[in-house]
Design a protein around this ligand. Sequence first.
Ligand code: GSH
Length: 214
Amino acid sequence: MSMVLRSYWRSSCSWRVRIALNLKSLPHEVESVHLVANGGEQHSDAHRALNPMRELPVLTVGDVHLAQSVAILEYLDELYPDPPLYPADAVSRARVRQMVEVVNSGTQPVQNLRVMQKLGRDFGLDRPAQVQWSRDWIEFGLGALEILVQQQGGRYCFGDEVTAADLCLVPQMYNARRFDADMGRIPGLVAVDERLATLPAFKAAHPDRQPDAV
Ligand SMILES: N[C@@H](CCC(=O)N[C@@H](CS)C(=O)NCC(=O)O)C(=O)O
């Protein structure tokens, strides 16, 4: 079945799905949706018809359009279980999902593009203040993830196998650096991120390797 990923090189949520597609060796095309140019192509009627949240990613499989990166990860994992993104036992799965949600619902949404744009447009925050907002929330979220990884991590976020938590970590670490977060407070995450960066599936998903990279 042909797959098309609507993605933007710097979209952290698209990046999660790019890693999953690479890990599972699933052939796909990438269609770029520019989040900034032309007022943001995610606001176009065509994109809103695919995802009313006006967000990336959207994965099209045949005539099915899927949004929400974590839902997409779980969909791919159910259809293509090798290699698995979640551990086999229920407690471990819940622990990985907890880490995923620290990033997915606890960190990324508060520093999303439209949040920063609204802080500038409606609340008068200049760019440095917007960056500080994002940095503070990233440090808060990744600070919590650091504790979980210190407790449950091994080579990667959860134990010694790559899981969905790692797919969420890597793009969020990139944003942490972009917003000049204090990486000295999260040594465990820095170490895991460095290990993940050596894996081919993660290398190929990096923003700089995307066709629409600037
Ligand atoms: N929970 C959603 C979040 C998606 C999301 O926020 N995507 C960002 C890029 S990483 C986006 O498209 N933002 C558009 C905007 O803020 O206007 C997911 O995991 O897919």
